[in-house]
Structures are given as C-alpha cells and as structure tokens.
Design a protein around this ligand. Sequence first.
Ligand code: ADP
Ligand code: TRP
Length: 318
Amino acid sequence: MRVLSGIQPSGQLHLGNYFGSIVPNLALVGQAEQNFFFIADLHALTSMQEPAVLKQAREDIVLDYLACGFDPTKAIIFEQSQVPEHTQLLWILSCIAPMGLLERAVSYKDKVQQGIRASVGLFTYPVLMAADILLYRATHVPVGRDQKQHVEIARDLAGKFNAAFGEVFVIPEPVIQKDTAVVPGTDGRKMSKSYGNVIPLFGNENTLKKAIMGIVTDSKDAHAPKDPDTCVVYQIHKLFLSGAEAKALAQEYRSGLAYGEAKKRLLATVLEHLAPLRERRLGLKSSVAKEVLEAGRKKAQEVAHTTMAHVRESTGLS
Ligand code: ADP
Ligand code: TRP
C-alpha cells in the first residue's frame, strides 16, 4: 500500500480538512509501505494570485501538518511545485485526457459558479491531480467526498495511458471515511474555506467561540426536543466522540437540550481536543518547515524521476 494525499495552501485549515483528510491520513501512516503528503501549491494558483499570501500559507500548512501529528520520518512531506515532474506528467496526461471527461467534472463548474475565474488551469485541475497521484504509484488516496470524482478521473487516465502505452501506472483507490465524508460548516453547507463557514483548526479561543456560537440552528424553543440528525451542532460534535458518547448526546438532544448549552459543550470539546495540537503548533519554528520540506522534496523527487523515466520510455520520449 502506498498512500498519497494533498491539500491546497489556500487558507487556514479547518475541521472539515481535519476530519475529512488529516485524521484518515494519519490513521494510514505506519500501515503503508510509503506515505506521501504534499502541499498542492500549483493547484492553489488556480484560485489565488497573491504571492505573499501563498508563500506564508505554504509555510503555515507544513507546520500545521506537523502539529497535527505527521511524522516526517514516516511520511514524505513536500511541495508539489518543487518537483517539476508533476507538470511534465500533467502535459502527457493532458494529451490523452478526453475533453468530455473534464467537461463532466463538477468541481470546475462549482468553482466558476462561486466566482473563481474560469482559467485553463482551473479546467485541467483534475489532470494535474491525476499526475500528482500517478507519479508516486499511489494505491490509496484518502480524501473527502468532494474529491472522489477527481480520483476517479485519475483512475480513468491511468487506464487510458496503460492501454495506449503499456502498464506504467497503478490504478489508485479513493479512501473515503463514511462518517466524515462531508463535515458541515457553520451555515450547514459543506465546511469550506471558499464558503467562509469554517471552524478553524488553529484558531484562538475567541475565534472558535465566535464560529461555534454562530452555527445555524432552527428556531425550536430552548427545551423542545431536537433532531440530532439534522442539527449541525450535533453533527460536528459527534466527530469528536466515541460511538457510545455520541449516542448519549443524541439522546440529550431528543430530550430537549437547548442549542445554547449544546454549543457551549461543543466549544469545550473542541478546545480540549485541539489543545495539544495548538500547543505543539506554537512550539514549531519556520526553520523546521524548511528542513522537512527539503528532505521530503529529495525523497519525492527520486520516486517521481523513476516514474517519469518509465513514462518517457513508453511514450517514445526517452
Ligand atoms: P476547502 O473546501 O476548504 O478548500 P480543500 O479543497 O483544500 O478544502 O480540501 C482539502 C482536503 O480536505 C480534501 O481531501 C477534502 O476532501 C477535505 N475536505 C475539505 N472540506 C471538507 C469537509 N467539509 N468535509 C470533509 N472533508 C473535507
Ligand atoms: N484537489 C485536492 C483538494 O482540493 C488537493 C489535491 C491535489 C490532492 N492533488 C491531490 C488530493 C492528489 C489528493 C491527491 O483538496
């Protein structure tokens, strides 16, 4: 098993990223023969054009990863933009990618609808993502449900390439955690940086309080029975709990737990759970990020180089 996942440095990490991507990724570290975690900074360029912000976000996200518990001796942590093979493979895959396949990708349409400029890069985003995955012959790709279609496109392109040029690529599997496939945001939609509805992972107490107190609820009376299945406060709270604890809490909602009290409890749980991460984060210096990324780049580059040699050979470009 070779595990690979990426995250865009396009804003602060939030609970959706944590439960949808980081926790499942961490669970696989140690089980896999190789783990790759990379900063998808080339992907981030599709939606941001602020050099200073991107630079800072790239550094922050590595420190955030480390604070979450990624061990750079067990996982290869690197930046996409520092391994040129990603864009080389992007071109080769672009030449076999049918237009229709990309035209069916929902995330392009979603992003344009949200106001992101419709660039060629945004359109070919899934092909770059396929290159990211196939370059490392990843067998398992842990992502949230919103990225499933992208992993399917990577599978499709791997199959098409292999059929045309011989068996070079491994067909990757998306790994999607059922319980955390879509973490709701404070407004009930999918939690996402681009919706401004996040509970930040490394926010200070005040920010967390503001976000949690602002979660939308229905207008039921304080002590009226509540439905935990449709309540965003509960849906977020249960992510932190064991099965038995979640069941007991659901029962309290049904017995009329007031939303104000429910939010206070959620805040206490979040603060308690994230305290060790936040403490670790404060102790990490930016020089650590540089060291980790440079070591990661070297290891990633080696693997990417070998795959590209096969690709060149099989396509007649060697
Ligand atoms: P965002 O939507 O905030 O821009 P990203 O696209 O950078 O988040 O996502 C990084 C990773 O976190 C991906 O694997 C994605 O599937 C996962 N993820 C993001 N938001 C959520 C969410 N609300 N629920 C579950 N997983 C999520
Ligand atoms: N598109 C992913 C996201 O926005 C980030 C990403 C880029 C990725 N390349 C990847 C995730 C390869 C998994 C594998 O979340």
